[in-house]
Design a protein around this ligand. Structure first.
Ligand code: ADP
Ligand code: MG
Length: 140
């Protein structure tokens, strides 16, 4: 299995409830290594750019408002098949469908306030990592 990197975001619903450490423990427990991490508060423009792929979706404006409503924690995760592994430990987008033990099953409030973002392909991971981190901030 190839060693990959993926972008992870701990969302404002989770920072508000002070569960970033519990979420990071889940990621590390799945074998993912945090090789970059920073806390940030996105501007509207930053959130709009990050979620540009969803701009035609009905939930886009609400999603941008949510993602700018409080602090987030941006991370680069590294490990074997990191993109798929992270999606597995995150669980389904809607916590009602998320498998027991996944981050979203345990922490998400609803389909929007679902605690974490994870890249959905290696190509998108590379794009999202480059958007959020300078190369010098990633230390594997
Ligand atoms: P995922 O984060 O699982 O990759 P998507 O890329 O489809 O899911 O959606 C991006 C984010 O938009 C979701 O994580 C969630 O916060 C929000 N979202 C997705 N679908 C809905 C929806 N039907 N209603 C409200 N918010 C949604
Ligand atoms: Mg997605």
């Amino acid at each position: 299995m190839a060693i990959e990197r993926t972008l992870s975001i701990i969302k404002p619903d989770a920072t508000a409830r002070n569960v970033t450490g519990k979420i990071i423990a889940k990621l590390e427990g799945a074998g993912l290594r945090v090789v970059a991490q920073k806390r940030a508060r996105w501007s509207e423009a930053e959130a709009q750019k990050f979620y540009e792929v969803h701009k035609e979706r009905p939930f886009y404006n609400d999603l941008v408002a949510f993602m700018t409503s409080g602090p987030i924690v941006l991370q680069v995760l590294e490990g074997a098949s990191a993109v798929a592994k992270n999606r597995e430990v995150m669980g389904a987008t809607n916590p009602a469908d998320a498998a027991p033990g996944t981050i979203r099953a345990e922490f998400a409030e609803n389909i929007e306030r679902n605690s974490v973002h994870g890249s959905d392909s290696p190509d998108n991971a590379a794009t999202e990592i480059a958007l959020c981190f300078d190369a010098s901030e990633i230390v594997g």
